[in-house]
Design a protein around this ligand. Structure first.
Ligand SMILES: *[C@@H]1O[C@H](CO)[C@@H](O)[C@H](O)[C@H]1NC(C)=O
Ligand SMILES: [Fe+2]
Length: 214
């Protein structure tokens, strides 16, 4: 028993004083030829992560507004909270893409502190839907800018590196979702505007019920 106890103490002491733990691997030597995204394109991508997060925060504010007991439009609230989740998902997709390309070496400049909603007051649901459509138009334009820079980098030393894969991903996947989302929002604005023309405030009440069922 004493022998076991002493051995335990000795091994514990060795383990505690040893600095060479299996996790302490020092600097790594991984070839980096596969990491070919140029910096001006990378900067645009990081900026787009911010834009998606900004959109998410804006939708979160909209969802919260329509959830207030004094406003009480649960359908609009649900729709905007869902949109907030989708935007957060877009940010995550961009981050995953950067990881796949070996480009994300630090997260320190990925998420900025000053992300606040631009708009916090809405006269009614129609106004909020129109704001959302404008916001999506802005985001679409920003994605198009990322595509432009990643297709033809700004800096001469980046040797006009055309990032075919990223440009294809942004064009085929991101822009497609943008355009579909914009079409959906425009359709909603159209429906609600028509309902309000004939039914005034009751139109928005009924539209809210419809949003809740979707
Ligand atoms: C869209 O962009 C314009 C121009 O930058 C800006 O003034 C406006 O507030 C933006 N709209 C939304 C809803 O973010
Ligand atoms: Fe988005």
């Amino acid at each position: 028993m004493k022998v076991i106890l002493s051995l335990t103490i000795i091994f514990t002491a060795i383990a505690l004083t040893s600095t060479n733990t299996p996790c302490d691997h020092g600097a790594l030597d991984i070839p980096d030829k596969w990491i070919d995204m140029v910096d001006s394109c990378y900067d645009q991508m990081k900026n787009q992560v911010q834009e998606e997060l900004k959109a998410s925060i804006q939708y979160l504010a909209m969802g919260a507004h329509f959830s207030k007991d004094t406003v009480n439009r649960p359908g609009f609230a649900k729709f905007f909270f869902n949109s907030a989740s989708e935007e957060r998902q877009h940010a995550l997709k961009l981050i995953s893409y950067l990881l796949m390309r070996g480009k994300l070496t630090t997260v320190s400049d990925l998420i900025k502190k000053n992300i606040v909603p631009k708009i916090t007051i809405w006269h009614d649901g129609l106004r909020a839907l129109k704001d959302a459509l404008e916001l999506e138009g802005n985001v679409t334009q920003k994605i198009q800018n990322v595509i432009k820079v990643c297709e033809t980098p700004l800096r001469a030393d980046e040797k006009k590196f055309n990032d075919y894969h990223l440009v294809d991903y942004l064009t085929g996947e991101f822009l497609e979702e943008q355009y579909k989302g914009q079409q959906e929002l425009a359709g909603k604005v159209s429906n609600l505007e028509k309902m309000k023309l004939t039914h005034k405030q009751l139109g928005e009440f009924m539209f809210d019920k419809k949003l809740l069922e979707e």
